[in-house]
Design a protein. Structure first.
Length: 212
């Protein structure tokens, strides 16, 4: 089975490859298909944006997985304009930030908030399967299982595509996300039953029953 990962982010490709590593799936990338165009992301939530992407890339391939994420700080209200939300790379209406620009911007913001914040990523995942769209978002698990700290002092290590891993530390171990392998990174906060629900969703949406 071949599946298109609708992203240009190499870390997202690694993420879904890891989640479905026990399945006989060959992952195709946008680069492989020479797709340079990007859809307009008009959703109000990560799930809605993931659906926008899946519908768009479904024009090019029969099976597509798309993902969008929002970053939320517990110390800021959802209405606060500084809340990253869906605009992680374009905060406050800025032009799209590079990885290093993101690290610089968020380290300064976290310093303004006291040097340490409690954060969580809210993930939306959508699958296009021959014209049918399925989607997944679990707010409670993201907040309760996926919470972590972000601090204003960046690690010198980097994971391409996940720049904020250099500012993020585990609540359990106190270690930077980048202290793990590059297949862990953001996935340090996706484990146990939450991870199982994601994998079960992906298998069901793809119509794939033979994973180990």
């Amino acid at each position: 089975m071949k599946v298109l990962i609708g992203t240009t982010n190499p870390s997202k490709v690694k993420r879904f490859s890891k989640l479905l590593e026990n399945c006989n799936i060959e992952f195709i990338t946008l680069k492989d298909l020479k797709i340079a165009e990007e859809p307009k992301e008009t959703g109000r939530t990560p799930e809605e944006n993931a659906i926008c992407k899946a519908k768009y890339y479904g024009q090019y391939f029969d099976l597509v997985i798309c993902n969008d994420s929002g970053l939320y700080f517990e110390e800021l209200s959802l209405e606060d304009e500084r809340q990253p939300g869906l605009n992680i790379r374009t905060p406050l209406g800025m032009s799209r930030l590079s990885d290093e620009e993101m690290i610089d911007y968020y380290s300064r913001l976290i310093w303004e908030l006291g040097g340490k914040v409690s954060a969580y990523y809210l993930d939306g995942i959508a699958v296009y399967n021959n014209g049918k769209i399925s989607s997944f978002m679990d707010i409670e698990s993201a907040k309760n299982i996926g919470a972590f700290y972000m601090i204003d002092k960046a690690s010198s290590k980097r994971f391409e595509g996940w720049p904020l891993d250099s500012l993020s530390i585990s609540k359990e171990t106190g270690k930077y996300f980048v202290d793990g392998s590059d297949t862990e990174s953001k996935e340090n906060i996706i484990y146990g039953e939450y991870e199982k629900r994601i994998v079960d969703f992906l298998k069901d949406a793809l119509g794939y029953k033979s994973c180990l």
